[in-house]
Design a protein around this ligand. Structure first.
Ligand SMILES: [Zn+2]
Length: 120
């Protein structure tokens, strides 16, 4: 499991120090914001940039026999089904703010595959 918290903290610090403009850190694709709004699950953390709202978490799964842009997974059941597949898949958990369009990759998690099923 790869953690992206350090990169995230770095970006936020750079923004707070004025080295990055808001449009450089808040540039989520409209598709991502739409997914966040419709199927995103609410995170416990407040947006680090605008501090206006709670962040949304969106999970995309990539792998063979999945769309090239990934499949947006909105339920634990759906993720469990993908985890039961024998293909090696990768889930990307992204946080996004529907107010200011901040977004960041939080975690990359291996899903499915023959090398033992992991609880996700
Ligand atoms: Zn925000």
């Amino acid at each position: 499991m790869v953690d992206h918290r350090l990169a995230r903290r770095h970006l936020i610090n750079e923004y707070r120090r004025g080295r990055l403009r808001i449009d450089q850190v808040c540039d989520a694709h409209p598709e991502l914001i739409r997914a966040a709004r419709n199927v995103g699950s609410e995170s416990r953390s407040t947006c680090p940039i605008c501090q206006e709202t709670k962040l949304k978490l969106i999970t995309y799964v990539f792998g063979s026999r999945l769309p090239s842009h990934g499949r947006c997974v909105s339920t634990a059941k759906e993720l469990a089904a993908l985890n039961g597949r024998s293909d090696d898949l990768t889930a990307y958990v992204v946080e996004a703010c529907v107010e200011c369009r901040w977004h960041h990759l939080l975690r990359v998690i291996p899903v499915g595959g023959k090398k033992g099923r992991r609880a996700v």
